[in-house]
Design a binder for this molecule. Sequence first.
Ligand SMILES: [Zn+2]
Length: 125
Amino acid sequence: MNAADSHTRIVDAFSAYLEDELAPEEKASLEHHLSACIQCRTSLERFRRTLGGLGRLRQSAAPNSFLAAIQQQIHRRSRGRFFRRRWLLFGRIPFEWLSLAMIVAMLVYYLVMLQSSPTGVKPIP
Ligand SMILES: [Zn+2]
C-alpha cells in the first residue's frame, strides 16, 4: 500500500523531474526510488519518450558539434581530402596577416638584394 502510494507519487513527479524543477531532496528520493524500482524506471522511460520532441528542442545546441563530428569523420575516412582542411585553416588567417607577411617577405628580399649586389658592383676608388 505504502509502496503503491510512492509509485503514484513518483509518476506524478516525472514531469517536474524531467523539467528539473524538483527540490534537491525530492529529486534525490525520486532517483533513489527509480534505482530500486524497475516499474517506475520503465514508466519514466516511456514518459521521456513521449516528451521526446521537447527534449530534442532543449538540445538545440548539439547540432553544431554533431556536424563537426561528422565532418571530422568524413575527413578521417577520406585521406585524400586534407586539402579541404588546409583551406579551412587558410580561411581562418586574417587578411591583414597575409599582407603583413607579404610586406615582410618583400622587405627581406629587398635587404638581401641590397646586401648581395654591392659585392659584385662595388666600385674600387
Ligand atoms: Zn516505483
